[in-house]
Ligand binder design. Structure first.
Ligand code: NAP
Ligand code: GDD
Length: 362
């Protein structure tokens, strides 16, 4: 039985990856850090699984990382999914973000090297945020006619131009992964994953913030006997939606609605992580859908799926959610992963939005 260690098992991706590895009959060692509240809600269904062992450790503490690796030197695979992964938070807590998201990766790589675990394959969760404000271009459909609109995309060749402490920390970890691959012969691969979401997404990322709000709002309407037709007759003021003076619901407050993201389903992306570690040679791969949509488009499909067409009345654009620097456009090209790994995303953008809304309604 193959053994895999997952740093970050309690996160969105960690939980999907654990499900996948258990299906493939791995023994899973999940690392969780000590916190005063229970963080295992996403892995509740598997904590008592006979092939799962939860161990305590913090990726910022090199001592605890090396002890975990020492106890599991027979691990075939180590996945580093642990991070302070919220971009906006990284502007407020840059040093913490650096320690977890940047230096944490180094602690694992150095531990694998010190213990000479050269048979263990390592996965680093790199990010499309590393491209920041950069993209490459090619003419759309027709290479010869320069008047045609250009297509903007990012792939493994696109230069990084990071726009946040989070992205800069991810770049450092990414380069460190390459260094340990080339300098110390580790089988270390990095997946440059574009945004991926799903019902297990944290509630302060924009997609889940939207679908969670819609779920709560519809439940409030049902409780207060508002019929689907009645949704359009609700009254609003600057900050609230109301039935009567006493029955109010706060509007959904968001920041930049014009950012473009390449959004896919997290379950599909975890499969790509695993596929990378099944290769004989370590490498870096972009994982994405190749489509890009604005936050506005996400809102439109999400609200439409519960019968609300005029969603603008229910949303407030609040500068509090703007970032000091924004990433305006992300759209990946994963031709390399398609060709070398045989990976393709299985869910469309519309599937994803509807799946998230339906789950938050139930
Ligand atoms: P997530 O839901 O925020 O999960 C992050 C995980 O890291 C949680 O399990 C968290 O534990 C753990 N963690 C945080 N600080 C830690 C520390 N000091 N020591 C040990 N564990 C720690 O993130 P995700 O969406 O699953 O993403 C997984 C990874 O992929 C992250 O590295 C993220 O940066 C990267 N990534 C994500 C996306 C995306 O769109 N989701 C795209 C590209 C790259 P707690 O539960 O205790 O907080
Ligand atoms: N979180 C959030 N909250 N974002 C908002 C809001 C809001 O209220 N309103 C607008 N946005 C915009 C952000 O400004 C950004 O342009 C976009 O929505 C997506 O924001 P997030 O969902 O927070 O994701 P992200 O793109 O910043 O980062 C995610 O994807 C990266 C990969 O590209 C995270 O999962 C990162 O960990 C990951 O590396």
């Amino acid at each position: 039985m193959k053994k895999a260690i997952i740093f970050g098992i309690t996160g969105q991706d960690g939980s999907h990856l654990a499900d996948l590895l258990l299906e493939k009959e791995y023994q899973v060692i999940g690392v969780t850090r000590r916190v005063s509240v229970d963080t295992t809600s996403r892995i509740k269904h598997l904590v008592n699984h006979e092939n799962v062992t939860i161990v305590s450790g913090d990726i910022t503490d090199a001592h605890s990382v090396i002890n975990i690796l020492k106890d599991h030197q027979d691990a075939a695979e180590v996945y580093n999914l642990a991070a302070q992964s919220h971009v906006a938070v990284s502007f407020k807590q840059p040093a913490l973000t650096w320690d977890i998201t940047g230096k944490g990766c180094l602690n694992i790589l150095q531990g694998l090297t010190d213990l000479q675990m050269t048979n263990t394959k390592f996965y680093q969760a790199s990010s499309s945020e590393m491209f920041g404000s950069n993209y490459d271009t090619r003419s759309q459909d027709n290479d010869f006619d320069s008047r045609l609109p250009v297509e903007k995309y990012q792939n493994e060749e696109t230069k990084f131009l990071p726009q946040s402490p989070y992205a800069i920390s991810k770049c450092a970890a990414h380069y460190m992964t390459r260094l340990y691959r080339e300098g110390y012969g580790l089988h270390a691969s990095a997946g440059i994953l574009f945004n991926h979401e799903g019902p297990r997404r944290g509630e302060n990322f924009v997609t889940r913030k939207i679908t969670k709000w819609i779920g709560d709002f519809i439940k409030w309407c049902i409780t207060n006997d508002v019929s689907p037709k009645g949704l359009h007759d609700l009254l609003t003021n600057d900050n609230e939606i109301y039935i009567t003076e006493g029955l109010k619901f706060p509007k959904l407050r968001l920041g930049n609605l014009d950012a473009y993201r390449d959004w896919g389903f997290a379950g599909d992306y975890c499969e790509a992580m695993w596929m990378m570690l099944q290769q004989d040679e370590p490498d870096d791969y972009v994982i994405c859908t190749g489509e890009t949509h604005t936050v506005r488009e996400f809102l439109s499909i999400a609200f439409n799926s519960v019968g609300i067409k005029e969603w603008e009345d229910f949303v407030v654009v609040d500068p509090e959610f703007y970032r000091p620097a924004e990433v305006d456009y992300l759209r990946g090209d994963c031709s390399k992963a398609k060709e070398k790994l045989g990976w393709t995303p299985k869910h469309t953008f519309e599937d994803l939005v509807k799946m998230m809304v339906m789950r938050d309604l139930s």
